[in-house]
Design a protein around this ligand. Sequence first.
Ligand SMILES: [Zn+2]
Length: 256
Amino acid sequence: MQLKNKFDLKLNLILKLIFTMVFENVSPNINYPMIIDYMALCTNNRESTSNNYNACVFCQKFGFQEPIEIFIDENTATCPHCGLDTVISVSEIPGWDGTYISEIEYAQKKLRILSGLYGLLKPLDIIQPYRLEMGTNVQKIFDNSLYGFWEHEITKSLNNELEINKSNFLLNLSSNEYFKCINSKDINVDIISVKFLINKDGDLKQIGMLSKKCRGAMARFVLKNKITNYKDIKDFNDYGYSFYKKDKNTITFVKD
Ligand SMILES: [Zn+2]
């Protein structure tokens, strides 16, 4: 099958996802909030959006306090930023515990997540549960790999965002499988990668699951401390890891 454009590919990926969920029975067991849950919070919300921090599902403004001035049918808030009726009260977001507004806002600006289905995501982008790893072989179906499909778009978007944020480095916390979808030669700043190793009787080994945990913890550490100089990353010491060495653009942490 020859795909005409990106829309076709997205549509086909979604169809494949539905196919996978229905026929391979891999629907997730976790109760993630679904888009429909969020949309329900966007209507008849005059009361909940009147004296709270609000967020907009469409334009992604989070924790804003500008008053809502226009209500559809006198009862449904419209966003003061984009004008759409996609406002929700932050206090009503499923799982929200009422803290970290500034951290989340900061993460919205600084953290990007790579996805085989969605490309480049911000932390608050609403997505459906899905299973489509970047390394999935879709060559026969789509006449392209997901790497080939996403590379240009993701690389360009990252460069734009690095410029907007005036960032002087890109911290890579993704696995090799995912990072391959970026054309690293075309990224306009230094890319700093991080390795987490375990010291077993003098042998330094990488353990997949632990590395995954540490990459998440490192993202939290960088965002919480608003780190803008990669030298400060050395202070990370979660899960018993501490700074070991820096070679070229790779920083290694070791746990004894
Ligand atoms: Zn908006």
